[in-house]
Design a protein around this ligand. Sequence first.
Ligand code: EPU
Length: 428
Amino acid sequence: MDAFVIEGGRRLKGRVSVNGSKNAALPIMAAALLADGPLTLHDVPDLSDIQNMARLLGELGCKVAFTDDGHMRLEVIDDLNCQARYDIVRTMRASICVLGPLLAKRGKATVSMPGGCAIGERPIDLHLRGLRQLGAEIELSGGELVATARELRGAKVFLGGTFGSTVLGTANIMSAATLAKGTTVIESAACEPEVVDLANVLNAMGAHVRGAGTPRIVVEGVEKLRGVEHTVMPDRIEAGTYMCAAAATNGDVTIDNCPLDAMAAVADRLEGIGISLDIVDGSDPMRAAVSVGSARRLEPIAVTTQPYPGFPTDLQAQLMALLTLADGNSMITEKVFPERFLHVAELSRMGAALYRQGPTVMVSGVKKLIGAPVMASDLRASAGLVLAGLAAKGPTTVNRVYHLDRGYEKMDQRLRALGAQIERVKMT
Ligand code: EPU
């Protein structure tokens, strides 16, 4: 198993370009199941979650090929197998994305029920409720969701849950509705930019989706969809992570291909801490060049994670790592996954002063963090620990970085290019 060994204390300097978004790419890849022709995707990041999705689609008869110039081509060549096995689903919850497309196109799907997860319970009741409202019959049998639908029919679907809407649930229902008979209205839809990216692909494929990016999405069903080419949006979470890394090391980093237009809450909170974000090139606000500079003194802030356009839960751990070094007490409240605090105990091992009560953590800033061996079994928590390691005094070993590799392409190499002292080592 690989680990990162970091010698902290180096200021990050230079340029880094943001990759295509994992969370946009995964449901878009699943949408290839809907098309009667090849879907060619540009800027798909090279991550283990993407490979897992490619493997799953392969089992479902969708040939996934990487072209010579680094693009991904997906084409259904066989529609007999409709089963997403537990072996794959348990490694990647986003496997649930194939449920809507399979039902819509093939009239049936068996998808292993996703189990527990390091960041909380993560139920899928809203996905199932939505698909049932479109006319699907879904039963749970031996840990498998067995879904059938002679035909899906447009309907009014409400996707609001206890913690707000659901991103992948919206993707599932919206994708399924493209081939349903009649009109589907999704109320309380997730407004995340990744949902908009998916809607853009579906519309290019011939679907009629309106309102993506707002809480009300209207989908007029069509007979069939065609293959198209699409460039996946840049990853706002990766961009935010490098912003926090620059700030935590008092660095000076320019972030290219930055989807700043989709990062208003992040920019607002970072500016509150005293981080400057200067637009070097804003001609395309979803692919801007942004210079990140940080003040020597970091101000404490209060932040609450929320569905988009609020502050993203996927940046909560990285922000916490940064706030451990602020001059005063910060408050972080997690409203999307209230149990997503695996990094708290690990950051404490590095000298951070953190006090958790339920979904809120008070971060009492310290003068310095001290390197230590740490580990977290969640992708973003691990990213927070890497950031802490970059800022800490002495060596930090972040164990089990396969969690990081799920969502950050070559993070070690990219940080090294910015001047960090970080090595990937094999641990026995
Ligand atoms: N929820 C329900 N019922 C459902 C679905 C969700 O109660 O049927 C709850 C969840 O338990 C959670 C909240 O609703 O409290 C939001 O969950 P959501 O369904 O939006 O999460 P998701 O779609 O499964 C995606 C991202 C996550 C990201 C969340 C929230 C992908 C592949 N995953 O998950 O990304 O944290 O949205 O923004 O897009 C990550 O990249 O590290 C990651 C975990």
